[in-house]
Design a protein around this ligand. Structure first.
Ligand code: AMP
Length: 441
């Protein structure tokens, strides 16, 4: 939080009142950085992960602009906000409606997966702010049912994610359609990568660059650790054990593919662990329904692919569990950002098999911190138990089934000089990482 107040940011009292109703008392760091620059008319390029308050950081200057320069005639949208996922679009729509509550401003959302009739107001009625996912919006632009000529401000939210999802051409074309705009703001979890920089250079004019990496103190609110799993069955046992802990009140379990999601969701169900699930290419009605069941607490477990890892605001998620490690560290950061929000404490647990260790290493390097290793007594990983506990038959059986360590891996491990000991560059069966010190259960 910054030391400023919303009044000091020269926002209209009607907006400040709406913010108070939303429980926003003071601007967050990113809000106090972005709002004055945006209100002075500058283009913005901001690195701001979700959870920092970035949504209001662009919505507030947008709304203030619309109030400062009221429209004279009926007409199409003056502000266009592009965002990668439907959930995020709906979330921003909700926030925008809450902010403009006391004003005459109209907000519409255009997303795929819903019937075109729901978009009629955005296409035919006077609208101020349109929040859209690129695919469906472009379709309307091509059919000439959406008019982008009145757009004065363009906001690209989660630009890195839009690029990752392959929306670059769509976004380029939409930006070209909105060429009469006077201001563009780009928000991205990170401002790294050539693709993103080129994209930003094309779309922004002399932008102010703002970095709102979450301060370390905020990051520390998320307690992170990993459990080593011997194999998929062991991993499943770890998961069900964790989900049954009393402090695990609301959790999101991330998996990497749709197939795995379905399998895991139904296995958890069989174990009596009621859950809702969320993945891409899902009918909109079912998505909303799943999110709602989780949001209102009908179920306390949400199994999701990465489509849910960004942008959606689900309050009070106590635990994020990586059942599958994410492909890249920035996805890890986004996933764990679902917990520990708005000052609450959060926990992120990753269940890793030997073959995930390179991803763990990369993540640790990216975070610049080691992830704690933890052990659950009754579910100790076999490779560790085999070293410290006398062998039980079960363990023996497992051990014989274990693949022989590959020479190649061993060689690589010895080459990994300089890496921290805990890094476990080789699969645990080959060289168990030192986890004893951190084991706390
Ligand atoms: P965002 O990064 O926009 O997804 O926001 C993260 C969370 O912080 C959401 O739950 C917002 O409702 C909340 N939030 C945003 N700005 C503020 C603020 N100034 N004060 C309190 N909560 C806020």
């Amino acid at each position: 939080m910054s030391s400023m107040t919303f009044e000091q940011l020269d926002l209209e009292p009607i907006l400040v009142r709406a913010l108070a109703d939303m429980g926003y008392v003071k601007p967050t760091t990113i809000q106090s950085q972005v709002i004055p620059e945006a209100m002075s008319g500058r283009d913005i390029m901001a690195s701001a992960p979700t959870g920092t308050g970035k949504t209001a950081a662009f919505l507030l200057p947008v709304c203030q602009h619309l109030l400062d320069f009221p429209r004279r005639n009926a007409g199409p949208a003056r502000i266009l906000i592009l965002t990668p996922t439907r959930e995020l679009a709906m979330q921003i729509g909700q926030d925008a409606r809450a902010i403009v509550k006391g004003t005459h401003l109209k907000v519409e959302v255009i997303i795929g997966g819903v019937h075109a009739s729901e978009h009629l107001p955005a296409l035919t009625k006077t609208t101020d702010i349109v929040i859209a996912t690129p695919g469906r919006l472009l379709q309307y632009i091509e059919e000439e049912s959406f008019d982008s000529r009145d757009i004065e401000m363009l906001v690209l939210d989660e630009a890195d994610r839009m690029l990752d999802m392959g929306f670059i051409n769509e976004v380029d074309r939409i930006a070209a359609e909105a060429r009469w705009r006077r201001q563009t703001m780009l928000f991205s979890a990170t401002l790294e990568g050539r693709g993103l920089m080129r994209f930003a250079a094309d779309l922004l004019k002399d932008p102010v660059e703002i970095t709102a990496a979450p301060p370390r103190s905020e990051r520390k609110k998320i307690n992170q650790w990993i459990h080593l799993a011997d194999d998929p069955e062991h991993k499943f046992a770890l998961l069900t054990h964790i989900l049954r802990q009393p402090d695990v009140s609301r959790s999101i379990v991330f998996v990497k593919t749709r197939e795995r999601l379905e399998e895991l969701a139904s296995r958890l169900q069989q174990e009596g662990l009621d859950n809702a699930w969320l993945r891409g290419e899902m009918e909109q009605v079912r998505r909303v329904e799943a999110l709602e069941r989780f949001r209102i607490g009908r179920v306390n477990i949400l199994v999701a692919t990465d489509v849910a890892s960004r942008g959606i605001d689900l309050p009070q998620v106590s635990h994020v569990i990586n059942y599958d490690m994410p492909r890249t560290p920035d996805v890890y950061v986004h996933r764990i950002g679902r917990t520990g929000r708005a000052g609450n404490k959060g926990t992120a647990i990753s269940l890793v098999e030997a073959h995930d260790m390179p991803l763990v290493l990369r993540t640790e390097r990216y975070l610049d911190e080691a992830l704690k290793r933890r052990v659950i007594d009754e579910l100790r990983p076999q490779h560790k138990e085999a070293r410290v506990v006398s062998r039980k038959k079960k363990d023996k059986d497992r051990k014989t089934a274990a693949p022989k360590p590959k020479e190649k891996l061993r060689k690589r491990a010895t080459k990994d000089k300089g890496r921290p000991k805990w890094a476990g560059a080789a699969p645990p069966r080959v060289r168990p990482p030192k986890i004893d010190d951190d084991a706390d259960e």
